[in-house]
Design a protein around this ligand. Structure first.
Ligand code: ARG
Length: 466
């Protein structure tokens, strides 16, 4: 059965059905479709468009269908066009002609937009919860590692000593911004399009405010054409997912590098590692690699759907059905990546000794030496040149700055002395970065506390909501 066909004299080709039908993927909206229908039916009966008895019967039939799906008594018939048709077929099966009345003052265009917004709100909450757990894990680990020395890199070349905690908190900041984006996406998604009809609104005296209240939306859409053709909320979500994945991918890339034999800074636990079918010694970082790889898919979904929308005239066009696969795939992928990275981080071993040893070699204290010369009155640019010569001498002698004989250092600059050299160890360099946002351990601890405090506030908003 179809929801249309009166004006057609020939049947539909099977190939067209296969091409056109969205039930194979939009069945995921079944709960939202029923929820929206219950609200719509309730409103129709309260407004006298249906009788009270009709409203009650429709609502209880819809609730029955919900239970039957939940208990496995009803299975989707994938030859049906879409989820809206499927639910309506079942409703008509149960209520006969009354089932055919539910679509009064409604179109599939405002129905699908409503369903998808309801679904988006639900999955945004899930994504936000996963993100909160990840940020909390990073904040706690960041605090634990506020004194764990590690080389900081630029261009993947050793640059200055930092702590691993400072590095982890950099990711916490990225994910906090992602959280902001998901929250914004939620706010913009929280607008009810039902009542827009096919495109122009409806002549029935419906009560959109009542439907809004029943479905718990923040606001009602203000233009019926926009109501049915707006998919910005999908793009908002896809963009937030894409950037979250880019952040996860950068973290993943570092974990891959840091867990390599050459670095050996971290070891991913066995439970989140894989082996090789041929090389018995291998322990592979498949999880971060897959995260890095899946980032391409999610970003592709964003770009793909942006392209789908770019040339569409108002209002609804069937192209928009393409929103769902891109959306479901991006959300599923982002959620599983967020879900798996958190326990991976919690269970991984951090090789503090190896990190610290690495932070002591490779002239990471060169900038600090220049800064000490600046304190003794040397202009920074001149100090930079002097220390460059010191480093070149160190390379020639295969030694660190502090192991070069003082006499030789003083030939380059008489201002260099024992007092300065004693302050060039990595720990001292780290502790001196004692400004807001700096790498000093106390700053990292404060930053961690601030993040945890922010999270507490966010948790009361998002964890309590169903
Ligand atoms: N399956 C369709 C979609 O996802 C539902 C809306 C159909 N509307 C229509 N006018 N054909 O977009």
């Amino acid at each position: 059965m179809k929801l249309w066909g009166g004006r057609f004299s020939e049947g539909q080709s099977q190939l067209l059905e296969k091409f056109n039908n969205s039930l194979p993927f939009d069945y995921r909206l079944w709960e939202e479709d029923i929820e929206g229908s219950i609200a719509h039916g309730t409103m129709l009966s309260q407004k006298g468009i249906l009788t009270e008895a009709e409203g009650k019967e429709l609502v209880s039939a819809l609730k029955e269908i919900k239970n039957e799906i939940l208990t496995g008594k009803r299975e989707f018939d994938f030859s049906v066009e879409d989820i809206h048709t499927q639910i309506e077929i079942w409703l008509i099966e149960k209520c006969g002609d009354l089932g055919k009345k539910l679509h009064t003052a409604r179109s599939r265009n405002d129905q699908v937009a409503t369903d998808l917004r309801l679904y988006t709100k639900k999955s945004l909450k899930q994504t936000i919860k996963l993100l909160l757990e990840l940020i909390e894990t990073l904040a706690l680990l960041g605090k634990d590692h506020s004194n764990t020395l590690v080389p900081g890199y630029t261009h993947l070349q050793k640059a200055q000593p930092i702590s691993y905690g400072h590095q982890l908190l950099a990711y916490a900041q990225m994910f906090l911004r992602d959280l902001d984006r998901f929250e914004e996406a939620y706010k913009r998604c929280d607008v009810l399009p039902l009542g827009s009809g096919a495109l122009a609104g409806t002549p029935y005296k419906i009560d959109r405010e009542l439907t809004r209240e029943l479905l718990q939306f923040r606001a009602i859409s203000q233009n019926s054409l926009d109501g049915v053709s707006d998919r910005d909320f999908v793009l908002d979500y896809l963009y937030a997912c894409s950037l979250t994945m880019v952040h996860l991918s950068r973290l993943a890339e570092e974990l891959i590098i840091y867990s390599s034999f050459e670095f050996g800074f971290v070891e991913i636990s066995d439970s989140y590692s894989t082996g090789s079918s041929i090389m018995p010694q291998k322990k592979n970082p498949d999880v971060p690699e897959l995260i890095r790889g899946k980032t391409g898919r999610v970003c592709g979904n964003l770009l793909g759907f942006l392209m789908t929308l770019k040339g569409l005239p108002l209002a609804y066009n069937k192209d928009m059905q393409e929103d769902k696969e891109a959306f479901f795939d991006a959300v599923d992928t982002t959620q599983i990546c967020l879900e798996i990275i958190t326990p991976l981080l919690k269970t991984m071993t951090v090789n503090k000794e190896k990190m610290a040893r690495s932070a002591e070699t490779g002239y990471l204290n060169a900038t600090d030496l220049a800064d000490f010369l600046v304190l003794r009155g040397v202009p920074f640019r001149s100090a930079h040149r002097i220390v460059g010569e010191v480093v070149r001498l160190g390379i020639d002698l295969s030694t660190e700055i502090t192991d070069i004989p003082l006499g030789k250092l003083q030939e380059i600059s008489p201002l260099i002395d024992e007092e300065i050299l004693q302050k060039l160890d990595a720990k001292s360099c780290l502790e001196r970065r004692n400004i807001i946002g700096g790498a000093a351990p106390n700053q990292v601890e404060d930053a961690s506390m601030a993040i945890l405090k922010t999270l507490e506030a966010k948790k009361t908003i998002w964890l309590d909501s169903k």
